[in-house]
Write a protein that binds this ligand. Sequence first.
Ligand code: EPZ
Length: 427
Amino acid sequence: MDQMIIRGGVPLKGTIAISGAKNAALPLLAASLLTDEVLTLHNVPQLADITAMGRLLAQHGVDFSLEGFEGSGHSMALCAKTITSTTAPYDLVRRMRASVLVLGPLLARCGQARVSLPGGCAIGSRPVDLHIAALEKMGAEIVICDGYMQARAPQGLRGAEIIFPVVTVTGTENVLMAATMAKGETVIVNAAREPEVTDLATCLVAMGAVIEGIGTDRLCVQGVDRLHGATHRVISDRIELGTYVMAAAITGGDLRLMGARTDRLKTVFATLAHAGVQIDTIEGGLRVYRKEKDLHGVDVMTEPFPGFPTDLQAQMMALMCVAKGAAMITETIFENRFMHVPELVRMGANITVHGSSAIVRGVERLRGAPVMATDLRASVSLALAALAAEGETRLNRIYHLDRGYERLEEKLGACGAQIERLRGKAA
Ligand code: EPZ
């Protein structure tokens, strides 16, 4: 397995282009199943998860071409002219939970789907019970058999009022896609408001869907007979942006982050301002640097959008490890998203976990060490800590990083980071 070697202590200086959003591109790719015409997506990030989704769609019968454009991301033209299989097999789904996003589109287009249950992952059990309950309310018959969700809607799906007891991003996305061609009106109450959900809804409207309330927690969908092709540009990745903002802050550097918008991370930027991070809007992006020599500990609680995103919790924890004072970080979305803690402690961090909260007491300096990545965001948190640490950090299992960060070592290396990837090294 590949390893990454990082020699820390270098303030990052330079410019980084932010890529298209992984968590917008994944549902957008699944949306190609809803039409027999071509869906063209621009600014698609080149990531392992995107490749995995492409592989899954290909076995459903989706033809797609990928053109690479330097800097402007990648364009994909997808066409599900004929769906040759409505089964999403376990060996593909287990590698990427977002595969569950084919369930709604397959039901809407074909009236049936056999999708492997995704199984748990490092950060939690991550059930899909809310997806199932919502689609059943829309008339689908779903049984669990041999680890698969066997779903059928022989008379097609019908509109319904769907009330989500907790905010679920992919649950909202699955129901939204299913509802576009259901008979009648579907109202989704307590819908996820993440910008990636809004990006999907915008693309579905371009494909001919009728959706009101986009960007709010109440989405109203009038079903139509069919959707047509469209061209859509994937929004920039706010989680990648937040990660590089913290990379500038943790190293005491000065970065220009291009292709980024400030309005999708307002809570994060307000929190970072309190911690002593200066974020200026410049032509085409942002400039990030420390307001003064030291950072200060600030408390964080993760919440659904527009709150502090759980996908930036681990990165924020790394930043707080080198701030003056203490920070209480509370994770409210997933039940096991502190796996970066023991690895950060091995680098000299002072962190105590009490249930879903962690108290971080800032230390003068972190020290490089061999550490283990466990999930996508935990692994990038360790990379941030390594960039600030004294000495060398050897990061194992960096395939997690490749799932969500396009050309990480290239982007950081261009800003002065001493970072290299060792191919195929044993863990
Ligand atoms: C999406 O996952 C993201 N993934 C995650 O990003 C992100 O952390 C998460 O939303 C929260 O923002 C994609 O968009 C591909 P949820 P999702 O359904 O949709 C519970 C990353 O690092 N729940 O919003 O799977 C669930 O257990 C990834 O890029 C149920 O109980 O998350 C969790 O506690 C990690 N039953 C809460 O809801 C369900 O049927 C929120 O989960 C569904 C969810």
